[in-house]
Design a protein around this ligand. Sequence first.
Ligand SMILES: Cc1cc2nc3c(=O)[nH]c(=O)nc-3n(C[C@H](O)[C@H](O)[C@H](O)COP(=O)(O)OP(=O)(O)OC[C@H]3O[C@@H](n4cnc5c(N)ncnc54)[C@H](O)[C@@H]3O)c2cc1C
Length: 495
Amino acid sequence: MNKNNRFLPSHGNDHDGNEMNGTKMGAPVVKDLVLVGGGHTHVEVVRSFGMKPMDGVRVTLVTRDVHTPYSGMLPGFVSGFYKYDECHIDLARLSSWAKARLIHVEASGIDTKARRVQFAGRPSIPYDVLSIDIGITPGSEQVPGARQHTIPVKPIDRCHRLEDERASRKHQQLPPAEITIVCRGHILAGHTGYAQRAFIGIMRQKGIKVIEHRKVVRVDEGMLTVEAPKNGSHMQNGGGAQANGEGHALQQQLLQDNDNTVPFDACMLCTQASAAPWLKLTGLPTDPQGFLAINECLQSDGGPPEVFAAGDVASCAKHPRPKAGVFAVRQGPPLSANLRRFLSGEPLEPFVPQKSWLSLVTTGDKYCVGTKGWIGLQGAWLWTLKDYIDRAFMRKYGEDLPDMMKMMSGPPPPGKLLVQSVDFFRAFWDDPYILGKIAANHALGDVWAMGAKPVSALALAVVPLMTDRLVAEELTQLLSGAVEVNATSNFCKIA
Ligand SMILES: Cc1cc2nc3c(=O)[nH]c(=O)nc-3n(C[C@H](O)[C@H](O)[C@H](O)COP(=O)(O)OP(=O)(O)OC[C@H]3O[C@@H](n4cnc5c(N)ncnc54)[C@H](O)[C@@H]3O)c2cc1C
C-alpha cells in the first residue's frame, strides 16, 4: 500500500484477510458509509461491499425490519406457495457475512448539516456518506377509516390477518370468501392493454369482481364507500381493459348492484403509496410527491453530495420510471459503484434505467400473465420461469453467498463472571447502543443473581482501531445505552 495513501480506501481484501492490492484487513476506520433501509437496492450494496470491502470504510445498515421481503415473491407468499423464509432476505445474516454493522431501528430524521441519522429515543449516529432506500409508506392516511379497517400490503407480516380470515371461514364451514377488486383507474395501471384484458378475463373465470374507475372515499367496518371520478374519466381513458367492451359491461353491472358501497369481511389496501413524511423535514430536495429527488448518479439532486438514494423512495426527473422492485434491484450495482467512486474521490457515472422490462404478474394459481414491450403471453410455464428467476435472486443474498458458513461468526462466548460484577464479552451485536444496554443489563443481572446490591459501575470498552472522532462516537453510543439502563434501574449511585 502506498504510504501516502494510508487512509485512502483501496480496492480491498477478501474475507480471509488475504492481501489484495497490497492491503490487509484491519485497516483503521476512517469513513462511515451508512445505509438507511434494507430495501432491494441496499441488499446489493451490502453484498457488493462484502465481496469487495474498501479499506478504511465501515458499512452500517440501519433497518426497521431484519427480514426484508422480496417483492417478486410476495404474491406467491400470500397465495401460500412460499414460506416466510423463502421470500425474505435475512439482513442480519447478510450483514454478518459482509462484515457490515446492522443497527435494527427505524430512522426518524437526518441532520444533513451535522451528518447524522436520527432515531426516536436513542442517540443519533454519524455518517460520512449516506444512502437511503426505505421504500414507501402505504397511503392509508389518504382515505378516512383505511388505517383502522384495512390490511396494508406492507409490512407484509400483517398479511397474516388475511390468513386468519381464511382459516376462520374454513373453521365455520363457510364457503370461500368472495373477492372484489376496486381500482381508481384501470386494473394493472401502467401495464399493457394485453395484460389488463388477460387479467380481467382470468379474474372473471375465478368469480372475482373487478370495479374500475371508482375512487374509494371512505372505509367503515365491513364497508367501502366509492364514488366515480367527477369528470367521468373512465369513459375517456380507453385503456386495454375496456378495449373489447368486457370490462365496461362488467363494471356497469357492478355499479348498479352495489349502489356505491362494497361490503367486505377483510379488505387489503394496495393504493398509491407515499414517501415517509419525515423526509420533508430533512431539507433534502424532493419531487412534488415528496419522494427524494436524485440525479442520474443516484445522488441527491441539488442536496449534499454525500447523500444518495434509490428504490421507491427516490425519483429521478431525467429518467422517471414506475415504482417497482425491478428498478430498485437494477439500481443496486450502479449505486454500489458510485458509492465506491465517491468514497475514493473519483468522478461518478450516470445510470440510465431500462425502458422496457419483463413484467410477470401472478394470478394466484401458479399461472402468470407476462408482457415485455408489445409482446404479451400467459401460461403456467411463465410461473415456472418467474419462480426460477425469483429463487435465483433470493439465493444471491442467502445460500449462494461465497463461503457463507465459514464466514458466519459462531455463538457469542459466555461472559466472564466475577463477584465484584466485572463482566466482559465480545461485541456479538453490531449496534453499540444496544450492546451498551445489553452489557449494563447483563452486569446488573449477575449482581442480582448473587443476591448482591449494585452500588457502583465502571465501564471498560475496547473499540476497533479508528480515528479519534469515530472512537468518540462509538463510545458515546455504547455508554449512552449503558447509562440509560442504569438511569432506568436507578441502582448504581456511582457510574
Ligand atoms: C404485494 C406486493 C407485490 C409486489 N410485487 C412486485 C413485483 O412482482 N415486481 C416488482 O417489480 N415490484 C413489486 N412490488 C413493488 C415492490 O415491492 C417495490 O417497488 C419494492 O419493494 C421497492 O423496493 P425498495 O428497495 O424501494 O424498498 P422496500 O423493498 O420497501 O424496502 C425498504 C426497506 O427499508 C426499511 N425501512 C423502511 N423505513 C425505514 C426507516 N425509517 N428506517 C430504517 N429502515 C426502514 C424496511 O424495513 C425495508 O426493509 C410489489 C409490492 C407489493 C406490496
